[in-house]
Design a protein around this ligand. Structure first.
Ligand code: HEM
Length: 128
């Protein structure tokens, strides 16, 4: 039938690859995010491509290789502050612009990421 998953609607593997590469390029240069990420983001990006593919209803690539995502638990070793969540989402928004992700699904996808990012917060912002 003609019913597509959001994964197909956004453009499938090629668009997810481009999006995740554009995203981590920004994360690696962001002053509040770079310090908590590895210097080499190759493996991080590979896992994120797998994760976002299944998050959008594509093949369950992340779970096949790594098991249940348990995302909040996997983020507990890192101080995820409200400020870092905003920075993460800003990098993603810019990456969406860069790869030309537009249309109604972009908004829906981004709003889901806003909720997921809020759920990852495990540390309050430090007072200035
Ligand atoms: C892994 C930070 C939000 C999905 C990581 C890692 C860090 C991080 C430091 C470890 C990287 C590594 O060791 O390779 C953050 C921050 C966020 C955030 C600061 C701000 C809220 C999200 C969101 C998602 C997500 C919203 C999903 C939509 C993942 C995945 C991994 C990961 C799939 C790989 C987990 C694994 O090791 O298997 N994140 N993250 N993150 N993050 Fe996030």
């Amino acid at each position: 039938d003609n019913i597509q998953s959001p994964f197909e609607t956004v453009g499938g593997e090629q668009v997810i690859d481009e999006l995740v590469d554009a995203f981590y390029d920004r994360v690696g240069r962001h002053p509040s995010l770079a310090p908590i990420f590895p210097n080499d983001l190759t493996e991080t990006a590979r896992k994120q491509k797998q994760f976002l593919t299944q998050y959008l209803g594509g093949p369950p690539l992340y779970t096949s290789e790594h098991g249940h995502p348990m995302l909040r638990a996997r983020h507990m070793p890192f101080e995820i502050t409200p400020k870092r969540a905003k920075a993460w989402l800003a990098c993603m928004e810019e990456a969406m612009d860069e790869v030309g992700l537009e249309g109604s699904y972009r908004n829906e996808f981004f709003q889901r990421l806003v909720l997921t990012a809020q759920h990852m917060i495990n540390t309050p912002d430090k007072p200035e």
